[in-house]
Write a protein that binds this ligand. Structure first.
Ligand code: TYM
Length: 334
């Protein structure tokens, strides 16, 4: 029997992934290449739904791809590619857009948040259709599982609704995908505002830990992370959200359960604890940064790896799209 499929995507909207991306999603990409037929894409088409510069997009797309290989995606086991290299993504998105209600798309909380920032009338239509393009990414590959952070749950629900709607109207075509959201790391928060999500677009520089950042600034940011005035290291989301976030981070990076960390740091104060969090982050990030730099030093080879990924992705996408065209009533081009 064929392995179940996994697909996920990440935007090239910053010069580095951050700790939230890494723990909430990217780390799962790596573990899931075992036992799954894995597809991971750098979603450059999603990145143009907000203001952007073409040269920055090109650079960030390569940097994103290099980081995916650097964290441990093996090009022989995982299909890593750039979304815009596979034309079927936009083609399927159009078909799905035509099946989506205005109200349904308007209910997406991420759209509401992002468009509020731009002002309702100046936010682009692309931002409105963003989740439908995401649905196309997933359904094209008939994915069973989609590793993501908690913020993507609603987009996954829309994806399932659209798949069901298409299947119901035009006949069984799409696999219904399930989100793979790992408890404890599904929402890593901002170090300066520990009730808000760590985010490329809204975190202040002091609140975000970049995968490609040097050890010095990483350590400084963790030592300056906002905590409460107490001294106890206990997991209390409501009253100690900063400490809870750091405990989640240390637990995820070292594989130590949170209760064990609470016991270990009992009576020790925040300083020692934060230092250990900093060391765990630096130890994890340093080899990834070094591998990313190496990969970026040879762009020709990196582009070759991405071309190979795109060729593999296209095969699967073309097969699905052929079915979709037929079921949806398009004439075959002869
Ligand atoms: P993006 O690039 O914004 O985020 C990439 C992944 O990182 C997760 N994430 C977090 N997880 C935990 N804590 C955080 N603070 C945190 N911040 C981000 C996100 O949930 C995401 O999994 N819409 C997607 C991109 C996308 C996609 C797809 C995902 C496009 N097509 C198809 C899956 C399948 C996004 O938000 O990417």
């Amino acid at each position: 029997m064929a392995s179940p499929r996994v697909l996920s995507g990440i935007q090239p909207t910053a010069d580095s992934f951050h700790l939230g991306n890494y723990l909430g999603a990217v780390r799962q990409y790596v573990t899931m290449q075992e036992g799954y037929d894995a597809f991971y894409c750098v979603v450059d088409l999603h990145a143009i739904t907000v203001d952007y510069q073409p040269e920055a997009l090109r650079r960030r797309s390569r940097v994103a791809a290099a980081q995916l290989f650097a964290v441990g995606l093996d090009p022989d086991r995982s299909t890593v590619f750039i979304q815009s290299h596979v034309r079927e993504h936009t083609e399927l998105a159009w078909v799905l857009i035509c099946l989506t209600g205005m109200g349904e798309a308007g209910r997406m909380t991420q759209f509401k948040d992002k468009s509020a920032k731009y002002g309702e009338s100046s936010a682009g239509v692309g931002l409105f259709t963003y989740p439908i393009l995401q649905a196309a990414d997933i359904l094209l590959y008939q994915a069973d599982k989609v590793p993501v952070g908690a913020d993507q749950k609603q987009h996954l629900e829309l994806t399932r609704d659209l798949a069901q709607r298409f299947n119901h109207r035009f006949g069984e075509t799409f696999t219904l995908p399930e989100p793979h959201i790992v408890k404890g790391v599904e929402k890593i928060t901002d170090l300066q505002d520990p009730t808000a999500k760590m985010s490329k677009s809204s975190s202040s520089p002091g609140g975000i830990l970049d995968l490609l950042e040097d050890p010095g600034p990483l350590r400084k940011k963790i030592m300056r992370a906002v905590t409460d005035t107490g001294t106890e290291i206990v997991f209390d989301e409501e009253n100690k959200p900063g400490i809870a976030n750091l405990l989640r981070i240390l637990s995820a990076l070292t594989g130590t359960p949170i209760p064990e960390l609470e016991t270990r740091y009992a009576g020790q104060g925040y300083g020692t604890f934060k230092k250990d969090v900093a060391e765990a982050v630096v130890e994890t990030f340093t080899p990834i940064r070094e591998r990313t730099e190496k990969l970026l030093a040879d762009e020709t080879q990196l582009d070759r790896m991405l071309a190979a990924g795109a060729a593999r992705a296209r095969k699967v996408a073309a097969e699905t799209m052929e079915k979709v065209r037929d079921r949806a009533g398009f004439l075959t081009a002869s």
